[in-house]
Design a protein around this ligand. Structure first.
Ligand code: ZN
Length: 404
């Protein structure tokens, strides 16, 4: 499943000793690296973030948005240029009168981030640059779920990828499970797929890799990535629904990801949809998870696999067709609840089970309209093509966000 090394783009600058990030081990056995993400003062962080999230900006625009004087902004951008994180590009064509203002753009190769997605049986990895481009992706089976073994496996993959990619600044890991912050460190407070509970994964991995580590729920990570760089760019409120082994949801309100008080935000999986019908694996009758997850589709179609079930539905199998259509109705009901509560600008549906929404988009739209509050407005619902590296990409983007 590896895409190999051919995706590694030519280095923009030759690797010099100053840029090499060779791993070293100190006398305490703690691993560290020679190159590290520079510590940036607040004004530099804010400016970098503005260019990162909103694309190339002119100095004039940056000054206007930050409230800094042109002179202060010049100092801030000069330091970011010196750190190699942004560069000055040519001035845009002059419209009307006035002095042209140089454009500031991100240097994508300035830093790399390694993102991981952990499932119950696989470990996916993606190397992403500062411009959110995926440079490399790979996957391997997870042969053990023992925490120490998984930490060692991730450490080995990080070591190998750092041989291949210089300037790795941070690591991100996401998983199907809940994450709570204790003393500002992420703790996995529950993952049914991995059988983990109260695992201080961020601390364990930071110690093992010597790098800053961001740990998050997988759909939360994907939500951040779509908000910054994907289908949610420009939306100040957003809901992302991931269909797969379960149904997960991430919510952005007023530009911020909702994290919840206990690490369990946006739990839509067991929302009631019908008062009769199939049961989910928790025994609820007619909840969302009884219809709109891949395991529910298999139960309700009687099929051996998801794609076989979809093919059966397309081929006119009545039971399979009904299972997908009911799943579409359940999805519409879930979206209606989100819209009634959050009123998001945009809803993105993605994940391995996206084909449910594609097959039954009419049922989804009908159920959404039927369950909206009379004054609510139906949001734009986008069905977003899913790639197996998307969650690892999301984990890497979360690592960028945490670092800046
Ligand atoms: Zn349920």
């Amino acid at each position: 499943m590896s895409s190999g090394t051919s995706l590694e783009p030519a280095e923009a600058q030759p690797r010099t000793p100053a840029l090499a990030d060779e791993a070293v081990t100190d006398d305490m056995g703690v691993r560290a690296q020679r190159w590290a993400w520079p510590a940036l003062p607040e004004a530099q962080r804010t400016t970098l973030l503005d260019v990162l999230v909103h694309g190339n900006r002119s100095r004039a625009e940056l000054a206007r948005r930050s409230g800094l004087s042109r002179a202060s902004l010049s100092r801030v951008t000069r330091r970011l240029v010196d750190a190699g994180l942004v560069r000055e590009a040519g001035a845009p064509p002059l419209e009307g009168r006035g002095r042209p203002s140089e454009m500031i753009e991100i240097v994508p190769e300035a830093a790399r981030f390694i993102g991981f997605k952990l499932t119950g049986d696989s470990l996916y990895a993606a190397v992403v640059d500062l411009g959110a481009n995926v440079l490399h992706s790979e996957g391997q089976p997870l042969v053990t779920k023992v925490v120490g073994d998984v930490v060692t496996l991730i450490e080995q993959v990080v070591d190998r990828l750092r041989e291949q990619f210089s300037r790795v600044a941070a690591v991100g890991v996401c998983l199907a499970g809940d994450v709570r912050f204790e003393d500002r460190h992420a703790v996995v407070v529950g993952s049914a797929f991995l059988g983990w509970d109260e695992v201080p994964l961020e601390t364990l991995l930071a110690r093992a890799t010597g790098l800053p580590v961001a740990v998050s729920n997988d759909v939360q990570a994907l939500t951040t990535a779509h908000h910054w760089f994907g289908a949610g760019v420009g939306a100040s409120s957003l809901a992302v629904i991931g269909l797969g082994a379960g149904i997960g949801c991430g919510i952005v309100v007023d530009g911020e990801l909702v994290k919840g008080a206990h690490g369990h935000p946006a739990k839509v999986g067991h929302l009631p949809v019908t008062s009769e019908g199939p049961r989910c694996d928790m025994g609820h009758v007619g909840c969302a998870s009884a219809y709109v997850t891949i395991p529910a589709i298999l139960r309700n179609t009687g099929g051996a696999g998801f794609w076989e079930s979809l093919a059966a539905a397309r081929g006119g199998d009545e039971r399979a067709d009904a299972a997908f259509r009911q799943a579409g109705t359940a999805l519409g009901a879930v979206i209606a609840v989100l819209v009634n509560i959050v009123d998001p600008e945009r809803v993105i549906v993605t994940g391995e089970g996206l084909a449910i929404a594609e097959y039954a988009s009419d049922e989804m739209t009908t159920a959404l309209a039927a369950r909206l509050d009379p004054v609510s407005e139906a949001p734009a619902v986008q069905l977003r093509t899913f790639h197996f590296t998307d969650y690892a990409w999301g984990a890497a983007i979360t690592a960028i966000r945490n670092l800046i």
